[in-house]
Design a protein around this ligand. Structure first.
Ligand SMILES: [Zn+2]
Length: 467
């Protein structure tokens, strides 16, 4: 008779249970990894598709505005001033309606690639529509509080925002530039400052704000936050084209390289000299590229591209489209961490319309003449670092809440009154004198390390925003 050994039997059972636990954990872990990878792929496709859709509308609108410039020349040649009025009014409206159509198209692009409506983004757009209706359009001394690009513009714009919110927002426009936002430049409004605190990236301070660590005393040191930035309301808040009206004569316009060639290509009849002798010196309003916004990539900081060269005919910044999508992931296994652990995958895609003018000399940069001409032929994805996305991203709502709601509290009452937000926690760290002393100490012997590796290459990572 075999004798059953209860001790051995117990051990076998224990091994089986352990094996089962290990297999279960492995399976769940694999399921998590697969799930995360598929959500990440989906987010990337959706964000890129949204960015491309936005950029396509920017290119189309720029071309249309350029064609209207040529029609303006044709109308002026025969002295049809009524037509010119219609053309300039249409151009002003297109600077808003074209980009807003791009915003709507971007939502379709994101949704068709499997992205769901983001309730927070949708609420934010709806709240902004109310802000436009109540604050921008508020009548102060007979005119609206924010100068209108055309009469009644703010009410029409608010209705467009409502229509987009009604369909549901899936992609946030991360390079939106709001008319009522504070002017830039303040270190408290730079996400990089908070990243540098979290990573103890002392080199960031050395390279960007060299005396801040030594000079800083406490929150009273900051003074007031910047006031609302003065921003031309001729360019849309979302997917802005960055164009500006300029007064020029017929003679000046027809002398621009490419104007007559482009008109001929589109069968728009612009005689080189006006049919009416008094027209040549007549000034009217034309749509131009805003200088400072459509400068060369090389003039940007940091320069783009990091490696290689951009062909001169494609070398311009200006209008671009940056779209953020956020996808929640449900995990089988807890990621641990505190209340701040986020199970959200964020992808920000950036794209830009590209093109060139065909002149006798070959392909030329579309901004070379400053006058907008139909030149845009394609859209391409660009690196997020080369885009016009604001620090942190305009639809990074957690960051936005910090800037809009928490910073005024901090400036007035200091760190003790701050809510439990991740950026506020970094300000609490920043307020500790020992923290700043640690940085001063490190830099006193190690600052040479900062100059050999550029600031972004420190612990914070090479890109402005992690994907
Ligand atoms: Zn905060």
């Amino acid at each position: 008779m075999k004798h059953r050994d209860p001790k051995r039997e117990g051990q076998t059972l224990l091994f089986m249970v352990l094996a089962l636990v290990i297999i279960t954990v492995a399976v769940l872990w694999m399921a998590d990894v697969h799930h995360i990878i598929s959500v990440k792929d989906r987010s990337q496709n959706a964000g890129d598709a949204a960015a491309l859709a936005g950029a396509r509308w920017q290119g189309t609108t720029l071309n249309f505005i350029g064609e209207l410039n040529l029609m303006h020349a044709a109308a002026l040649a025969i002295g049809d001033f009524q037509a010119i009025d219609v053309i300039t009014n249409t151009q002003k409206r297109l600077c808003f309606t074209g980009p807003m159509t791009g915003v709507a198209a971007a939502q379709q692009g994101a949704k068709l690639n499997g992205m769901h409506v983001n309730e927070d983004f949708t609420d934010f757009v709806r709240e902004h529509a109310d802000e436009v209706r109540n604050d921008y359009a508020a009548i102060v001394g007979g005119t609206s509080a924010m100068p209108e690009p055309w009469p009644g513009a703010w009410m029409e714009y608010a209705a467009m925002l409502d229509a987009i919110a009604d369909d549901g927002v899936a992609a946030g426009i991360d390079n939106a530039s709001f008319f009522n936002d504070p002017g830039g430049g303040h270190v408290l409004l730079m996400l990089e400052f908070y990243d540098a605190i979290a990573a103890r990236d002392w080199c960031w301070f050395f390279m960007t704000r060299p005396h801040l660590l030594e000079d800083y005393t406490d929150y009273t040191w900051w003074g007031a936050l910047p006031q609302q930035g003065a921003r031309a309301s001729s360019s849309s808040e979302f997917l802005g084209l960055w164009l500006t009206p300029q007064t020029r004569t017929f003679a000046e316009i027809t002398a621009i390289d490419g104007v007559l060639e482009e008109a001929q290509r589109l069968s728009i009849d612009v005689p080189q000299t006006s049919l009416l002798p008094q027209i040549a010196g007549t000034a009217s309003t034309w749509c131009y590229y805003m200088s400072g916004m459509w400068d060369r990539w090389g003039a940007m900081d940091p320069p783009f591209p990091v490696e290689g060269e951009v062909k001169p005919q494609y070398d311009y910044a200006g209008a671009d489209s940056v779209m953020r999508v956020e996808a929640g992931i449900s995990r089988f296994m807890s990621g641990g961490g505190g209340t701040d652990a986020e199970d959200v995958i964020v992808w920000t895609g950036a794209a830009k319309p590209f093109g060139y003018l065909e002149t006798d000399g070959g392909e030329e940069n579309p901004t070379s003449a400053r006058l907008v001409l139909p030149a845009f032929r394609e859209v391409r994805l660009i690196p997020i670092d080369a885009s016009s996305a604001s620090s942190g991203g305009s639809f990074n709502l957690r960051w936005r809440r910090h800037c809009v709601e928490h910073l005024p509290i901090y400036i007035k009452q200091g760190p003790a009154a701050l809510p439990p937000c991740r950026y506020c926690r970094r300000l609490v760290t920043w307020e500790r004198p020992e923290f700043r002393a640690e940085g001063v100490g490190w830099l006193s012997t190690n600052s040479w390390q900062c100059t050999i590796s550029p600031p972004g290459d420190g612990p914070g990572g090479g890109t402005r925003r992690a994907h």
